[in-house]
Design a protein around this ligand. Structure first.
Ligand SMILES: NCC(=O)N[C@@H](Cc1c[nH]cn1)C(=O)O
Ligand SMILES: [Zn+2]
Ligand SMILES: [Zn+2]
Length: 516
């Protein structure tokens, strides 16, 4: 199907007018997989040969604990940006800029906290070539050995038995991000002309809502990003463990905190227990009124905002390769709320969900501390879907929390607020980029990719599409069982290496595509 589509596009070649990097070649030499094969015959063995070096770069990057959500680790996030900049420089990228984004907006403890920089760079500026912007994030989720990791999270472990690379960021998103650098190196060392001009946009706040990036993209749309033909993001996962996918949809994410405050300081429960209103007791009741144990969101007005399922849409889910067993394997349990493939996929991709993440200020360590915490903040997020409106949602959430708290008749105070929101995104999976990536998948993996949506969020995707007026492709590297955000996060070595080949092949196919 994709070959036909590509051939059709090629035969009716109509190019978008040149942008800032004006292309001097107006007629495109079309290349079929067969004509690109000699390039791949040089490129792929080079990628294999460089495997130890690629793993070594990933190892150095994983060793930097760039946790954007931990204010005390902000210097590490900046260190990782500088590490990437030095790697880019040594590979011959030019115009490397660490773009500052100012201070982090509230809620934040240190009101002078600087946001980490965005790493911009270019590889090539040939007016005859298309320009592809690759986005990735170098920040990571928090991780501690005590969470249950088998090894230190910020040390990359090459596990020979499972043929995996274990460490925080291996799959989300340090592995895929460095993949783009490796594609360049493999081309250089194999003596292959790079097929496109590449621009990198690597951010350090994705796991904390991409703060500041939207404004930067809007500002750079007609400056640094002028002339970008396409955006490619490798920051999500295959649905399962065997079949590669291309992703054309993401849920959004609205992240909230509800804070209950009472006494001036933490108190002794033997002295004050039973005679003062405890913030933690109030908070758990407010949190328990958000969602039930079947996953049903209990906030009125949300269901009405969700676009109805169409008959045509239902057919999509039937065709996808996935099963309850794969979900159970990935979660390491039998705790699924749904049994049919269709229900699971719809509730992951196209319905909202509400997750309760944790409580700041509460006692959570080992032992038995008899404390009454003075101020506690419950953190929860709602994954959003078409046609939910972020502002309306926030009003519903805040009103709901306030009503729940009012019912308690507590003398404490309660404040519910949005910490950050990122939009959902759904694209056309049959455009030139997706077609090129599908061809590349066939060359590297020998199969047609499944077309999937994703339950997770990459807040900036929609901004790229709207501000740069380009299509965005999500080209995942890792598998559905990689444990992103969880303990023992890993990336299979084969996914890392084939993922690098896939990135390279996609760029070649896209370069030859007659359309943007
Ligand atoms: N790999 C993408 C990813 O993990 N994205 C995060 C983004 C996010 C949104 N709010 C906080 N982080 C995700 O949780 O989906
Ligand atoms: Zn990510
Ligand atoms: Zn993530």
């Amino acid at each position: 199907m994709f070959v036909n589509l590509i051939n059709k596009l090629i035969s009716t070649s109509a190019k978008k007018p040149p942008q800032s990097i004006a292309r001097t070649v107006s007629t495109t030499t079309t290349m079929s997989p067969a004509t690109l094969q000699p390039i791949f015959d040089k490129l792929f063995p080079k990628v294999e040969e460089l495997k130890p070096d690629f793993i070594n770069v990933l190892k150095q990057a994983v060793e930097i604990p760039a946790v954007s959500g931990d204010e005390s680790l902000r210097p590490m996030v900046v260190k990782k940006a500088k590490f990437l900049a030095s790697q880019l420089e040594s590979l011959g990228f030019h115009d490397i800029q660490l773009k500052e984004l100012g201070t982090q907006p509230p809620p934040v403890n240190n009101t002078h906290l600087q946001l980490p920089p965005v790493v911009l760079s270019r590889y090539g500026s040939d007016p005859a070539k298309k320009t592809v912007l690759v986005y990735g994030h170098y920040d990571v989720q928090p991780a501690q050995r005590e969470d249950g990791w088998d090894t230190e999270p910020f040390e990359l472990v090459v596990d020979e038995a499972t043929q995996t690379l274990r460490g925080r960021g291996s799959t989300d998103d340090t592995g895929p991000l460095t993949g783009w650098l490796h594609v360049v190196r493999a081309h250089k060392e194999a003596g292959i002309d790079f097929p496109v001009n590449l621009i990198t946009c690597f951010e350090g706040m994705e796991e904390s809502g991409s703060l500041g990036l939207e404004e930067l993209i809007a500002k750079e749309a007609s400056n640094y990003f002028k002339g970008v033909d396409a955006v490619c993001i490798s920051d999500n996962y295959w649905l399962g463990t065997k079949k590669p996918v291309l992703t054309y949809g993401l849920r959004g994410c609205n992240y909230y905190q509800v804070t209950v405050s009472g006494p001036k300081a933490d108190l002794h429960s033997g002295v004050f227990g039973g005679i003062i209103a405890e913030p933690m007791v109030d908070l758990v009741q407010v949190l328990s009124g958000l969602v039930d144990s079947k996953g049903k969101i209990l906030i009125d007005g949300i269901d009405e905002m969700v676009a109805p399922v169409t008959e045509k849409e239902k057919e999509i889910y039937e065709k996808i390769d996935f099963s309850l067993e794969e979900l159970n394997e990935a979660s390491g349990s039998n705790t699924a709320l749904y049994t049919s493939k269709e229900d699971i996929l719809m509730h992951r991709w196209r319905y909202p969900s509400l997750s309760v993440h944790g409580v700041e200020g509460a006692f959570y360590g080992q032992g038995a501390k008899t404390v009454i915490p003075a101020k506690v903040s419950g953190k929860f997020s709602i994954r959003t879907v078409p046609d939910m409106d972020s502002e309306k949602l926030t009003k519903l959430v805040v009103d709901h929390c306030n009503k729940s708290f009012a019912k308690l008749g507590s003398p404490n105070t309660c404040h519910a607020e949005l910490i950050h929101d990122g939009a959902y995104w759904v694209s056309d999976p049959f455009n030139a980029q997706f077609s090129a990536a599908a061809e590349a998948t066939k060359v590297v993996y020998g199969v047609e990719p499944d077309l999937t949506r994703e339950g997770g969020s990459i807040p900036i995707t929609l901004t790229f599409e709207q501000e740069l007026k380009t299509s965005v492709l999500l080209l995942p590297m890792g598998r559905g069982d990689d444990g992103a955000h969880s303990i023992n996060e890993k990336l299979d070595i084969s996914n890392f290496i084939n993922g690098i080949k896939l990135m390279g092949a996609y760029l070649h196919f896209y370069a030859q595509s007659p359309e943007n």
